[in-house]
Structure formats: structure tokens, C-alpha cells
Design a binder for this molecule. Structure first.
Ligand code: SF4
Ligand code: SF4
Length: 372
């Protein structure tokens, strides 16, 4: 049996290969969902006051139904599935869902509040093939807004640092009204100390629109940005987030319903967690025609949208259609301007522009990445 460090290294490289393939596929074609969020259970064991995505009673989605939804997402060409809730670990067979995602070659990501993690559960998530776990932590000690607290979860983080073969990412919501916004800085530093990834998001209302945040929360976000590595980081280079923080709307096209799908516990497709009810068609009946139509449909909620995972897909699409403009937006040049990292420049060069007959390098890259 190989030691954990070796297994981790092998899995890290394999994941990097599959993530590169995901980006290359997204650059190559606009006709498939890049990311899907799928709810495995709506119930949660906590009750954060800023959250509109949980209840206290519902049962897990039956496993056969959940597996059929994963099969349908794979049939539509989806490249990554994030399992969400409620609290995902309340689903007794979530590992089978993860294994099914991996069986189809998709990236398997899961969001959890971490309360139910144990060493055994971490090992069973390893065996299932989980690629990434995102844990939300909002403060150091529980307050009346959130109980997702470092004091309660630190032991779980240490277990993850020791046993997880998947990537672990700590996410904090800034501006939610927690007693001490600056706690988020300590959480991010603790994540770094344990070798885990971290990020901070901005609180939004139930429709996805950014809520105004106080100066202390703005200062915290600025401090986090200063502490992140100077390399590429989407939160740092997201031009739309910068505008929102300045109270300005954004002019972008949201491709949700086509490039991003949100599947609720009833198996209906929605644009995203904040825009449930549109188009609200059963996933089992969702077709290529639905994907192409909804990806093109303008969304009136776009100007103040804070759903950054959909921003990310929109930017990839912009790189394909107008690479110069997209890269100039993402990496403004000039003195002190950021330069796109090498993998981004290579993928853009290879996949952004359709060359008649196809370039040799492009064909070779597609072969290496297993893309037809
Ligand atoms: S732990 Fe997550 S799902 Fe549960 S109430 Fe808090 S934010 Fe909502
Ligand atoms: S713009 Fe798109 S991602 Fe944002 S809230 Fe509206 S539908 Fe959701």
C-alpha cells in the first residue's frame, strides 16, 4: 500500500490533467454544460441566517433517482458536478453519487459545512473518488448569524489535512453580518497553515444580487486580496467582482441554463441557486435544444449578479469568441498589470481561434487530453 503522500501526489496530477481537459473542452465548444450543481438533500443540520437554501425536514433524494440524474448530466456532456444541499453529508449514500460522477469522467466536487466529518467519512470520500471538498467557515466562534465556526471545525480541518486525498477548500462569506468580519482573515491564515485552499465570497440576497457590505468587510476583502499569491486567482482577477464592490453594474452575458445548471431536489433544472423557477424543466427531459436556447437567453439579474462560478464560465466563453478582449479584461496590461499565467496563454492559443484545417499543435493537444 502506498503512503498517503504518494497517493495524494498521484491524484493531484491526475486532477490537474482532468481540470485542464475541462477548460480545453469549454474553450472548444459552447454546446455543453461546464458546471452543474445538484442538490442531494435540502435538509441542513445548521440554520445560518443569510441562507435561503435549506429546510429542516426533507428527506435525501432517493439514491436511484440521484444516480439517474448524474447519468443524464453525463449524457448532456457536463464536465463537472458539484453536490450541494442543505448539508450533503446528511445523505447516507453520497459516496455512491460521487463514484457515479467519477465513473462518467466528470469532476466530482462537494460542498459541506463539515460538522459530520470523521476520519472514517474522509477515508470513504477518498475511496469514492471525490476531487474537491469545499467547507464553509464564517467566524471563529458561533454567533447568531452562523455556527460555521473555526473553533468547532478546527479538529475536522486537521483530520482533512492528515487524511484527505482530495483537494480541500475553505470558503468564507464576507458581509453576512457576523459579529467580527475580521475573523475571516484568521480563517484564511489557518487554512494556509494546514496546506488547504481558501477563498472569500460576498453575501448576496436570495435573488443573487450583491448586498451592500460595510467598510470593515471591504477592508477584510482587500486584506485577503493582498495576502493571496501574485499568481492567477479568479477572485483576484474577476473584473466583475471589482465593479460590484464599487456599486457598479456589469455588462456581461450570463450563460446559465446552458453552460451552468442547477438541479434541485425535485430534479428540475434552474439557472442557478439564486434564480430557481427558470426554466424549471425536468432534467430527464432536458435536451440539447434547451441547453443552446437557455445559454443564449439574456438574464435581467445579470448586472448585479454575484454568482462567481457562472462569471467564470462566461469568461471562458468570451476567451473563445473574443480572446483579446477577454484577456485584456482579465489581465489589464501596462505597468504592474498582471500577465496571464502560462497554462491560460497556452490553452487560449490552442483552442480560442478555430483554424481552418486545425493546427498541428491543437490536434496534438486534443489527442493528449482525449478530446475528439
Ligand atoms: S450550513 Fe450551508 S446549507 Fe446549512 S444553513 Fe448554513 S449556509 Fe445554509
Ligand atoms: S445572472 Fe445568471 S448566475 Fe447570476 S443570478 Fe442571474 S441567472 Fe443566476
Amino acid at each position: 500500500m502506498f503512503p498517503t503522500a504518494v497517493r495524494r501526489a498521484v491524484r493531484r496530477w491526475h486532477r490537474l490533467y482532468r481540470e485542464t481537459r475541462l477548460v480545453a473542452l469549454a474553450l472548444k465548444s459552447p454546446h455543453h454544460p461546464v458546471f452543474a450543481h445538484a442538490v442531494v438533500i435540502r435538509r441542513c443540520n445548521l440554520a445560518c441566517t443569510y441562507c435561503s437554501e435549506f429546510d429542516t425536514t426533507s428527506k435525501p433524494v432517493p439514491i436511484e433517482e440521484m444516480l439517474a440524474r448524474i447519468d443524464q448530466l453525463a449524457a448532456l456532456g457536463t464536465t463537472a458536478v458539484t453536490l450541494t444541499g442543505g448539508e450533503t453529508l446528511l445523505h447516507p449514500e453520497v459516496e455512491r453519487v460521487i463514484a457515479r460522477i467519477r465513473h462518467h469522467g466528470m469532476l466530482a466536487i462537494m460542498i459541506s459545512n463539515g460538522y459530520l466529518l470523521s476520519v472514517d467519512r474522509i477515508k470513504s470520500l477518498n475511496r469514492a473518488g471525490l476531487d474537491r471538498l469545499q467547507i464553509s467557515i464564517d467566524n471563529l466562534s458561533p454567533d447568531n448569524v452562523s455556527m460555521k465556526s473555526l473553533r468547532v471545525l478546527d479538529q475536522k480541518l486537521r483530520w482533512l489535512a492528515q487524511h484527505a486525498e482530495f483537494q480541500v477548500h475553505i470558503h468564507s462569506v464576507v458581509g453576512a453580518g457576523t459579529a467580527k468580519p475580521a475573523d475571516v482573515l484568521t480563517i484564511q491564515r489557518r487554512a494556509k497553515e494546514l496546506g488547504l485552499g481558501s477563498s472569500a465570497g460576498i453575501v448576496h440576497d436570495p435573488t443573487g444580487k450583491m448586498q451592500q457590505i460595510d467598510q470593515e468587510s471591504r477592508d477584510v476583502l482587500a486584506a485577503i486580496e493582498r495576502e493571496t499569491k501574485p499568481l492567477f486567482n479568479f477572485a483576484r482577477h474577476n473584473p466583475w467582482r471589482k465593479n460590484l464592490l464599487e456599486g457598479k453594474p456589469n455588462d456581461w452575458h450570463c450563460p446559465a441554463g446552458g453552460r451552468h445548471l442547477y438541479i434541485c431536489e425535485d430534479g428540475l433544472v434552474h439557472y442557478c441557486m439564486a434564480q430557481r423557477g427558470y426554466p424549471a424543466k425536468p432534467l430527464a427531459e432536458y435536451t440539447q435544444e434547451d441547453i443552446d436556447r437557455e445559454a443564449k437567453t439574456p438574464k435581467s439579474c445579470a448586472p448585479y449578479c454575484t454568482i462567481f462560478c457562472v462569471h467564470r464560465i462566461a469568461l471562458v466563453d468570451q476567451i473563445r469568441t473574443d480572446p483579446r478582449k477577454a484577456l485584456a479584461t482579465l489581465f489589464p496590461g501596462g505597468e504592474g498589470g498582471a500577465r496571464p499565467p502560462l497554462p491560460v496563454r497556452m490553452l487560449t492559443g490552442l483552442f480560442a481561434a478555430e483554424k481552418p484545417g486545425g493546427g498541428i499543435m491543437r490536434k496534438a493537444a486534443m489527442k493528449v487530453l482525449g478530446i475528439q
